[in-house]
Design a protein around this ligand. Sequence first.
Ligand code: SIN
Length: 532
Amino acid sequence: MSVTDVLVIGSGVAGLSFAIKVARFAKVTLVTKKGCVDTATNLAQGGVAAVLSEKDRFSDHVNDTLMSGDHLCHEDIVRLVVEEGPDRVRELIDFGVSFQAGQKGEEFDLGMEGGHSARRVAHAQDLTGREIERALLENAYASPNIEILEDYLAIDLLVESKAGKLVGTSDRCLGAYVLNRTNGEVETRRAKVTVLCSGGCGKVYLYTTNPDIATGDGVAMAYRAGAEVANLEFIQFHPTCFYNDAAKNFLISEAVRGEGGILINEQGVPFMKQYDERGDLATRDAVARGIDAEMKKSGADCVYVDISHKESSFLKKRFPNIYGTCKRYGVDITREPIPVVPAAHYMCGGVRVDKWGVSSLENLLALGETACTGLHGANRLASNSLLEAVVFAHRGAKWVGDNWQDINKISMPNVHDWRVGEACSIEENVLITHNWDQIRRLMWNYVGIVRREKRLELVKRRIRPLLDEIREHFHDYLLTADLVELRNIAVVAELIVRSASMRRESRGLHFMVDYPDRDDARYSRDTVLSCR
Ligand code: SIN
C-alpha cells in the first residue's frame, strides 16, 4: 500500500500544470488510464481565449461568457478567470508553449470563435492542445518530484467513512483504488490530497468529438464518494464534427467559421440566419440546435461548412490538421464544403468546486472539464475551457501550497485493500459491450440536443436495471478497464438524466420541448446532486 503527498488523476492540461506547480514543494503521483497524450487536451484545436490584445477588454470577455452561459454563470468566477487568464497564457509560454504569432509581428495571431465579440483565441494553428500537452509533458518529465504512471485507471476514491475510520462528522478523501491495466491488479494508492482531472464524459453519447478516455470517471467517482456534482444537464454538442464513417470523432474547429466558414444545407443554401440572427457565429447551443432543426426538416444526414472561398494557401497554413485530415478522407477543404454533424463535445457541469478548485469532500479537488466551477453556466463559451483549466490548476496548486503545513500533518489511516472475494474472469465481453452500446444509443436518441420530459422518464426507467446489472458484474467478475468505464458511463448517464428532469425550463444547452422558455424565478440556480 503506497502513500504519496498528492495523487493527480489525469494527464491533460489541468492535471499536468497542477502537478508541475505542486511538485515544487510536494511529491506527486500522476496516474493516467492510457498513454499520457490520450487526453481531450491533446485533441483541442481552437485555443485559449484570453484578453491579449490592446483592442480587447476584460469587461467584453466577461460579458460574452455571461451571455453564452445564459444567466447561470457565477459572475465572480467569470471575472476571476477572465482577469487571471492573460498571466496564465504567458506562463504557458514560459513552459515552452509556442503560440502562432500575428502576420504583422504581433505576439499572437488571435482567432475568432462563436459568441466572442473580439478576436481573442491564442492558438498554435489548429493543433493548440497538442502543443500545450507537449510542452507541459516535457516539464512534468523533468520534475524529480513527479511520478507518472501510464495505464493506471482509477476505480474509486478512498474515503474515511467507507474505510470505517471516520472519527469526526465530515468525511475526507484518502486517495484512490487504481487498476494497473498491465497486470490487472488493483492497487491502493493513499494520498493526502487527491485531484480529479480526468476530463469529460463524451463517451456517454453515441457520437462524440471526445477521445475514448472520456467516460466521466471523475464525476462518477466523486459522486459515489459523496461529493456534490452540479449542472450535469448541460452537455455541449459541438456543431461541427466531421461526417465520415471512417474518420473517428474528428472535429472541424469553430475557428473555421471564425475565419469565414459558412454553414450550408444540401442545396448549398446558408441557413443559420433563419435560426439565430447572429448566424454562423452564434453561440454553440444555438448553432447546434439550428443544424439539428435543418437536418430534421430536410431529412439529410448532415450539413456542410464551406470555407472554399478563402485562399488555399491561407487555409493550408491556418488549418494544417483539418486540411490534411479531410484530404485523407477525400474532402479537399480548399475546393469543396466539409460534411458535418453535431456531436457531444463538452460537459459544462461536473464536480462542484469552490474558487480554489476544492470540492465538498475534504482533501478532494477537481480541475478542468471534470469540475463545475461556475464559469460556464448553461453553455460554455468557445475556447474558455483550456483557460479555465490553467487558471484553476494554478489556484488549486496555490491552495495546496498555502495549506501545506496543515495538510502535511494529516495522519493517514490504513484502509483495506480492494476485496476480490469470489470474483472470476469475465468470459464474455459482450456482457459489457452490449450495455455500453445500449446506454450510448439511449442517451443520443433521448437525451440529446432537444429533450422531452416523457423521454427523460423512459431513460430513467431503462437505466436503473442496467445499473443493477453492472453492480452485479462488479461483484461477480475481476475488474477490467471496460467494466470500470461501463459503470462510470452508466452512473454519469443517470446523473445527466436526473439533472435534466429537475430543470423544467429551457436554458443554454438544455432545451426542453415541454418548457421552451427560461424560468428565472425558479431555475436561476445550479442543479446539485449528492448521494449523501
Ligand atoms: C473548437 O476548436 O471548435 C473546439 C474548441 C472548444 O471546444 O473550445
